[in-house]
Design a protein around this ligand. Structure first.
Ligand code: SF4
Ligand code: SF4
Length: 76
């Protein structure tokens, strides 16, 4: 599986916590930051552990999470 890095567009987050329930390596948690809409936002606490399963991005109803693909060694 290609390696990737989750990126959160925090201002779109509504703090519903759905994404925190699906990560198989338990790295998606709620932060203590409040966004411009007044919601606590979700974050990835240890992006290096991400296995790029896309579950967090798929479950988010507000399309907050994007998985940026990282180039493999062969592509560099
Ligand atoms: S892509 Fe998968 S492993 Fe990575 S943060 Fe999201 S749910 Fe967790
Ligand atoms: S599922 Fe989306 S809107 Fe809900 S807390 Fe996670 S990032 Fe925010």
């Amino acid at each position: 599986m290609a390696k990737g890095r989750p990126v959160f567009n925090e201002d779109r987050c509504k703090g519903c916590q759905l994404c925190t329930t699906v990560c198989p390596v338990d790295i998606v948690h709620m932060s203590e930051r409040i966004n411009s809409r007044g919601y606590y936002t979700a974050e990835v606490t240890d992006p290096d552990k991400c296995i790029t399963c896309m579950k967090c991005a798929r479950i988010c109803p507000d399309v907050v999470i994007e998985i940026l693909r990282e180039a493999t060694k062969e592509e560099k």
